[in-house]
Design a protein around this ligand. Structure first.
Ligand code: PEP
Ligand code: MN
Length: 372
């Protein structure tokens, strides 16, 4: 269910993030800023409404989640009165109230025990299936993106990736085709039917990217760009949120909270490797994070072994391992001619290797009880 966020609740959520001057951490005092009200099985619509109405009198918004097993009302805000929990427990139809102890709230499994399924033009991410998003690091030309889309579609990919705005470590390298790249992606989608995922780097580009893309990608370098997170949170386009290069899992989930707190529940988390002391690989693929995120949140989690390893020949084993670890899918860089790629060629699969990997992904998915 789409959370409804009032200004008051939102102010409360934002207050979880103190002003940057002294304390930038989310670990300042976390008293009753969030709780869930668990309704009894058999509670009526009127019981739920009475709870919501009472919260409103306190200027608090209840986020209602009706699940197969239980119905809960989540309350997030800096102004939860200390006596509210006890008061709510006396309401008809209320089973119990539980404090949400983690700093992230709306993304937590405590609030919503069942998996969120993000629907991208009919492609369902989360909830047991395994998706494969594939395509080049960057959109380079019409020929290159059309050929990429064709080969990944032929091998069974469910979505197309490709960057039009590229965050590059060096300002002297290829930084993407900009709007032309977006147009070419839309053309590739029209030709193949594959929905497209592409990065948006600044709040000012959100409207432009939304005109062409089906999913916003928030890159690792922008995971803590809170204005960008809020801007995509004000749209209803799904958001693929990459984990920052040195972000903790908690920081990553708090970034997802920023998006959802603005009213956009369609967040897909993406583990893409973190920076460690290890130099044998570009990044260290943290499969712990996949399993931890799956346990702590209801959001779909996918893995990016291309950036996670930085080496094309390590992509297959880590893609398979990601699925086995519980990822809801993978995002893979595939280029028709990796040796001539304008970015990330060394970690891009060629069409043959990608096609060879696809049945192996399906086999692992099946072995761990998930379909494609
Ligand atoms: C990418 O997907 O090409 C990319 C730049 O990813 P990341 O933000 O994870 O580095
Ligand atoms: Mn890349």
């Amino acid at each position: 269910m789409r959370p409804i966020v009032t200004e008051a609740a939102l102010r409360g959520t934002l207050n979880l993030m103190p002003a940057p001057a002294i304390a930038c951490s989310s670990h300042d005092k976390e008293e009753d800023r969030a709780m869930i009200i668990v309704m009894q099985t058999g509670s009526t619509q009127a019981d739920i409404q009475a709870v919501l109405d009472r919260l409103k009198e306190y200027d608090l918004q209840g986020h209602l989640t009706v699940g197969a097993e239980r119905t809960v009302v989540a309350v997030v805000g800096a102004t939860i009165p200390p006596t509210l929990r006890e008061e709510m427990e006396h309401f008809r139809g209320v089973k119990e109230t539980v404090r949400i102890t983690q700093p992230y709230k709306l993304v937590s499994r405590e609030v919503r025990p069942h998996d969120t399924i993000v629907d991208v033009r009919g492609v369902k991410i989360g909830g047991g299936s395994v998706v494969v998003i594939a395509g080049p690091c960057s959109v380079e030309s019409e020929e290159q993106i059309m050929e990429s889309a064709r080969v990944v579609r032929a091998a069974g990919a469910t979505m197309l990736r490709g960057g039009a705005f590229k965050p590059r470590s060096s300002p002297y390298t290829f930084r993407g085709l900009g709007e032309l790249g977006l147009k070419l992606l839309a053309q590739a989608r029209d030709a193949t039917g594959l929905p497209v995922v592409t990065e948006v780097m600044t709040p000012g580009d959100v409207d432009l990217v939304a005109r062409y893309a089906d999913v916003f990608q928030i890159g690792a370098r922008n995971m803590q760009n809170y204005q960008l997170l809020e801007e995509v949170g004000r749209t209803n386009l799904p958001v693929l949120l990459k984990r920052g290069l040195s972000a903790t899992i908690e920081e990553w989930l708090l970034s997802a909270e920023y998006v959802i707190a603005q009213g956009n529940p369609n967040v897909i988390l993406c583990e893409r490797g973190i920076r460690t002391f290890e130099t044998a690989t570009r990044n260290t693929m943290d499969l712990n994070a996949v399993a931890v995120a799956k346990r702590r949140t209801h959001l779909p989690v996918i893995a990016d072994p291309s950036h996670g390893t930085g080496k094309w020949y390590l992509v297959a084993p880590l893609a398979l391992a990601s699925i086995a670890a519980g990822a809801d899918g993978v995002i893979l860089e595939v280029h028709p001619d990796p040796d001539r790629a304008k970015s990330d060629g060394g970690q891009s699969l060629n069409p043959e290797n990608f096609a060879a990997l696809m049945p192996r992904i399906a086999a692992v998915a099946e072995a761990v009880g998930r379909g494609r």
